[in-house]
Design a protein around this ligand. Sequence first.
Ligand code: HEM
Length: 194
Amino acid sequence: MASILTSLGRTVAAGFVLLLVLLVLFGSNVDPTNSGWLRFAFRWLHVMFGVMWIGLLWYFNFVQIPSMPKIPDEQKPAIGKVIAPTALFWFRFSAMFTVAAGLITAVINGYAHQAFTLQPEFRAIGIGMWLALIMAFNVWFIIWPNQKKALGIVAVEADAKAKAARLAMLTSRVNTLLSVPMLYMMVAQQNGGL
Ligand code: HEM
């Protein structure tokens, strides 16, 4: 067991193996050749990626940003040079895969157009999708380019660095704000929440 849990890769693989065992034992609906099950599988992948994305967004806002002023200057590079770049890597790619799996889900369920045009039957998921797309845009085109300057991955003057850090922080706050209605709308579509 320790040989599994001391490796992140093996731990995640073990999670998938456990899922497989549970599906073999109890999965009476599981059929990869069935389009109904495949549509479900994309929804599941979408939620997995989404949890990682929003989990990291909330980690930045609830943990990392408020902790920075309490960390002595000589220890700050541990966050800026080690933790933040790794967190940002998983953050932006989980955002990308959430969007991809979400769009695929909408397309293979046949309601992407109705959702994007906010037709009454798909208004909840449509609003959720628009909010999440704005958030993904912010991740890739505002937060990440500015974080590269703030973390010194791209060299800029001290003044520009401070401005970039502030813009990245405020945009991350915007995404935290949007995450509340976005998640409500995502879950509302299946469950009559709107
Ligand atoms: C642009 C990005 C996104 C798109 C295009 C998108 C699209 C979708 C679609 C099409 C569904 C299926 C709705 C249905 O048929 O009931 C869905 C469900 C869902 N999404 Fe998203 N989504 C996005 C971002 C997110 C994010 C960031 C999260 C965060 C965790 C998330 C969490 C969920 C959840 C929990 C469900 C409910 C699954 C269910 O009730 O079966 N989505 N999304």
